[in-house]
Design a protein. Structure first.
Length: 491
């Protein structure tokens, strides 16, 4: 009897450990790394922080201290590389698996907790972004941590439950310091309070915890810029403008972007089909134990789909599946709850079939994801340039940033042939390459075409659209999708 009790005691920790090991193996096998977009900028800003040279003027991405400071500390220890760039994000991804287990165990049962952890371990969106320096997974983790301590405080009547409200507020403050969108979780807390028709002292303690972290940010910006509200004023004046290049400007067609993504993006689509079935089941069956997670999932999904990122004008959020990370945990918890119901058809047929289907298709979707080879061409081009004489290299501004990252910010001979100011596109410029001698020019056709179509007013040298006869093509790189990088020599 004692042996059986001991086996049961260690069964859950062992299973959770096995799930975490599976998650880690998947994330390392399908390592993603830096791409040519936000993660590239985060790496540069974190590197600047590690050298006590923060840059607050270029983008709101450089103001997200909750992400940049931990990564900058890691850079100062391990240097800049693909491993150090992604440690923090990977840790928060794995921590989310532990957290979702505790969610399931506390609010449902151990089976829901373990199944939720298992599903999250191979959820394609999480696997792909767990090894990319982005703010989405870390902010989603701290949002969920805030909700966990809040709801646990609501269930816990012991003396220390007030402390958990404070920890909940601190977690939310950290989430906000990582990404501004984290404040959308306020919709959940508001709906929760209205539904339960009560306001408690603990809610003010939670606010106190948030203010504690927020005040630390205010003090930092006051010390560095002289303006404690620097981040808020910068984001308010620049963020909405920076979002206008994501194809959601046209109303009302912009309202269908998220429904379209949900059912077509391979990183989330199949999961969401079954999550919506689980939501329908919970609502029809009036399962009150699921209401908190329904409030969380539905309110944030609706606001992301139809709400505004700006209070001054209607500006839809960028149509990107990664933004849905903030509702991954409640969605998977609802799905796990549904799959563990005792109805015959669910228990005998649906549970095993759906789990197997999700596992097999998820591995396939992760394997074919373009995200895993985002800068393969640039890496190959950079390695080739390393074999050439140390002369000046010209490339578009974004490719230059990639090369500098790959060189650990030591490539001084790489120069941008254009300059773009997203806040003031009229100030964009390009150099005259006709006057350049004894240099190499890298023409990254994929990035140039993308930036030309997405950045209003961007300029490139005239020679790029009509390659001069005296430019000698030294090397051409192509990936599986025939995206090209050409390297020319100008004698």
């Amino acid at each position: 009897m004692r042996n059986r009790v001991n086996k049961m005691k260690y069964r859950e920790p062992l299973l959770l450990s096995a799930i975490l090991l599976l998650a880690l193996v998947l994330r390392l096998i399908f390592f993603t790394g830096i791409n040519a977009s936000d993660s590239l900028f985060y790496a540069e800003y974190a590197h600047n922080f590690s050298n006590n040279q923060p840059n607050f003027s270029e983008s709101h991405l450089g103001l997200r201290l909750g992400l940049l400071l931990p990564v900058s500390i890691i850079y100062s220890i391990f240097g800049v590389n693909e491993f150090s760039s992604n440690i923090f994000v990977l840790v928060t991804s794995l921590s989310s698996i532990i957290l979702i287990y505790f969610f399931g165990r506390l609010f449902f049962n151990e089976k829901v907790g373990l199944l939720s952890a298992f599903l999250l371990s191979f959820f394609p969106l999480d696997v792909v972004y767990a090894t990319r320096l982005m703010s989405d997974l870390p902010s989603a983790f701290f949002i969920a941590l805030s909700v966990y301590f809040f709801l646990k405080s609501e269930k816990n009547k012991k003396a220390n439950h007030n402390l958990m409200y404070i920890v909940s507020g601190i977690s939310l403050g950290i989430a906000y310091s990582i990404k501004e969108i984290s404040l959308l979780i306020g919709l959940f807390f508001l709906i929760y309070a209205i539904y339960n028709r009560k306001i408690k002292l603990g809610y003010f303690l939670m606010l106190l915890g948030f203010i504690l972290i927020f005040s630390m940010e205010l003090l930092y910006f006051y010390k560095v810029t002289g303006n404690p509200l620097f981040r808020l004023s910068f984001v308010n004046s620049n963020w909405a403008t920076s979002l206008s290049s994501y194809g959601r400007e046209n109303f009302p067609s912009s309202l269908v972007h998220y429904p379209y993504i949900i059912f077509t993006d391979n990183l989330i689509s199949l999961f969401y089909v079954f999550i919506f079935i689980a939501i329908f089941y919970a609502i029809i069956k009036k399962k009150k134990e699921t209401y908190n997670f329904l409030f969380w999932f539905i309110s944030l999904l609706l606001y992301l789909s139809f709400g505004s990122a700006s209070f001054s004008r209607y500006t839809p959020f960028p149509a990107a599946s990664r933004l849905l990370s903030i509702i991954t945990i409640p969605g998977i918890l609802l799905l796990s709850y549904f799959l563990t119901r005792k109805e015959h058809i669910i228990r005998r047929v649906l549970m095993s079939s759906i789990i197997l289907l999700l596992l097999v298709t998820s591995i396939g979707y992760i394997y074919i994801s373009d995200e895993r080879s985002a800068i393969d061409n640039e890496k190959a081009a950079y390695e080739y340039l390393q074999t050439l004489p140390n002369v000046q290299v010209f490339a578009d501004e974004r490719t230059v940033k990639i090369f500098k990252y790959l060189s650990k910010y030591k490539a001084d001979n790489v120069v941008g042939f254009n300059s773009y100011d997203s806040r003031n596109p009229e100030n964009s410029s390009a150099i005259d390459l006709s006057k350049v001698k004894n240099s190499y020019v890298v023409v990254n056709w994929k990035l140039i075409n993308f930036l030309s179509s997405s950045k209003k007013g961007i300029k490139f040298p005239d020679e790029i659209s009509d390659i001069p006869n005296n430019w000698v093509l030294k090397k051409e790189f192509k990936n599986k999708k025939n995206h090209k990088i050409d390297i020319y020599y100008i004698s």
